[in-house]
Design a protein around this ligand. Structure first.
Ligand code: PLP
Length: 366
């Protein structure tokens, strides 16, 4: 025990959504629908799957460590330089690399109350302190976050939209927030986690373009992923856009082969798969409407979401009890205790028949 770093002694691991096979095994169920990890219900982009088949015989080779081709493709698509793109085994790994590269024990990070929990975990692991600013209307309050900036602040993390609330900060709020900073001036990192970007930019007409601020020279880091709309959560590949000196520093810290060869080639193959993106978007748009309406009928308030998931208040019931009851029926959702919402569940938008099954089971357990 004494050999364990003090930061790790009380470290609470991340609670992932329950896997389907585990639920089938434990409960002897045939039909299990997983609506717990904000995966793409339609599955992976067919272009990615084709690439996996084609490239599988090359797995005896180490991946290209620098991920040059994927970085180049991303840079071209995003209108940034290749040297401004970093790859990770999911955007999750990039959060951790940011921590390892930049957080000291005396540093602070600022997050919002109810924010995606991995930012705080990265800080905890490095012994840095996390300051939580209150939310406003269940959304990140950027000005409140800014009020918590001081000399020790290393980074502000903004999940846009936030997981689990599904809420986002809009163009106007972001503009006001950036008026607190000047390009090129010394300031903390302003990290915008856009894991659900491809959904949000279509679902929210006033969804902000953070790369614009990056291009203007603010110390912005934008994180995105292939885990969500591209449907590659199991492959583990995400990326970040950051100033070149930031990418260079992080590249020194990241494991040399952090993104597998299959993940790299699949990501390249599906990067411009517009058909899959459009289909996935349509499923989510329709699913959000359907679920919101059905919850309203059941008297369960929801939080409007621009991601592929929805937070549902089940008050006065406990989310974890409902989670257990739904599990026994073969529907995996998420209880929200770790996010400070004991009376909510979060449900990922599934295929129409999966959504219907969820609603059917929910009615039964209620
Ligand atoms: C806001 C947010 N950021 C980052 C991630 C991590 O995604 P990945 O590591 O699969 O790219 C998630 C996953 O659920 C998320 O919701």
């Amino acid at each position: 025990m004494y050999l364990i770093r003090p930061e790790v002694r009380n470290f609470q691991p991340y609670l992932p959504g329950k896997p389907i096979a585990e639920v089938q095994r434990e409960l002897g169920l045939k039909r299990v629908v997983k609506l717990a990890s904000n995966e793409n219900a339609l599955g992976a982009s067919p272009k990615a799957v084709q690439s996996l088949r084609k490239n599988s015989q090359n797995v005896f080779r180490y991946p290209e460590g620098a991920g040059t081709i994927l970085r180049r493709a991303l840079a071209r698509k995003l209108g940034v330089r290749e040297s401004e793109v970093i790859l990770g085994a999911g955007s999750d790994e990039i959060i951790e690399i940011l921590g390892k590269t930049f957080f000291n024990r005396e540093d602070e990070i600022v997050v919002s109350q109810h924010a995606f929990i991995r930012y705080k975990m990265a800080a905890d692991l490095l012994g840095a302190k996390t300051i939580e600013a209150p939310m406003k209307n269940q959304t990140h309050d950027l000005q409140a976050m800014f009020r918590n900036v001081n000399r020790r602040t290393k980074a502000l993390f903004v999940a846009n939209p936030n997981n689990p609330t599904g809420t986002y900060v809009n163009r106007q709020e972001v503009e006001l927030f950036f008026s607190n900073f000047k390009p090129g001036q010394l300031s903390p990192f302003l990290i915008f986690d856009e894991a659900y970007y491809e959904y949000s930019k279509e679902l929210a007409p006033d969804y902000p373009d953070l790369l614009n601020y990056f291009r203007k020279g603010y110390p912005v880091v934008v994180l995105r992923t292939f885990s969500k709309i591209y449907g590659l959560a199991g492959l583990r590949v995400g990326y970040g856009v950051a100033p070149q000196w930031v990418v260079e520093a992080m590249d020194r810290v990241r494991p040399p082969f952090n993104v597998s060869s299959l993940a790299q080639s699949a990501a390249i193959a599906c990067l411009n798969d517009r058909a899959h993106i459009q289909k996935s978007l349509a499923i989510v748009r329709e699913g959000l409407d359907y679920l919101t309406q059905e919850m309203r009928r059941l008297g369960l308030p929801t939080i409007p979401s621009v991601g592929n998931f929805l937070m549902v208040s089940v008050s006065p019931l406990l989310g974890k009890n409902l989670f257990q009851k739904l599990l026994r029926k073969g529907v995996i959702v998420r209880a929200m205790d770790e996010y400070g919402f004991p009376n909510h569940i979060r449900v990922t938008v599934g295929l129409p028949q999966e959504n219907r099954f969820f609603v059917h089971c929910l009615k039964e357990v209620l």
